[in-house]
Design a protein around this ligand. Sequence first.
Ligand SMILES: [Mg+2]
Length: 280
Amino acid sequence: MKSRNLIYLSSVFYLFAAHISATGEKIDNSVQAQSMLAVLYAQSSAEYEANNLQTFAGAKLALEKALVNKNWTAAIEQKEDFSEKPPAVILDIDETVLNNIPFQARAIIKGESYPNGWVEWMLEEASTSVAGVYEFLKYADSKGIKIFYVTNRIAIAEEATRNNLKKLGLPFDTDRDVLLMKNENGWTSDKVSRRELIAQDYRILLLIGDQLGDFISLDEATSGMYSRKEVAAKYEEMWGKKWFIITNPIYGRWEASIYNNEYPDTESELMQMRLKALKP
Ligand SMILES: [Mg+2]
């Protein structure tokens, strides 16, 4: 009797769940849907593609200059005795090397927000590469430049991330750890200590990322909504010369700064804070 009840209940649940997903009526995706144009821009616009090709073309030119100039370093963390060290570049992974826009598209359709579904997405190893990065990294590799991937993906996704990079044919050295994850070796979200570690053995030619934290300390990157622009201006001499940034209109510390770097408890509060942040 009990098992018959269970079967009945599960079939009711199944029908209920099917009803939800078939009609979409019960899914509240009002928060996620606010990202729709940003996601569509990154997923479908020629302009986003062209912008990324432009970024990596600029990075390639800078790499040629950096390689011959032994006094050149792109890392604030690199302070002395670096001219004879072998050359390296450091790239962030998400939305710099790997494109995760399908995950964002799913979030809108399902009405789910990060981190829901994020680990599953990483384990699928299905990310494509950001336009221009393949050619850039192949070129760097051909010049004997060490390529480091410094990411805030968590360590449990290390193998899947490595597999994903390799499936895309991107250079991946195995003589030392070139994939530096968050939570490995006590590393936090702040990438400073990982850049310091690389700087011990290599001259860092370029930094490439989509977030301020890919270039500077997390502390400095986590300033207020208005002062973040001042931080960008402070490093004016670096952008397009030693530091190359990919546009990310979908997520990042820039969004957190809208909420004073503290995400509110409710979705309605969050949407109100977004509205309040608009400057007419
Ligand atoms: Mg990133």
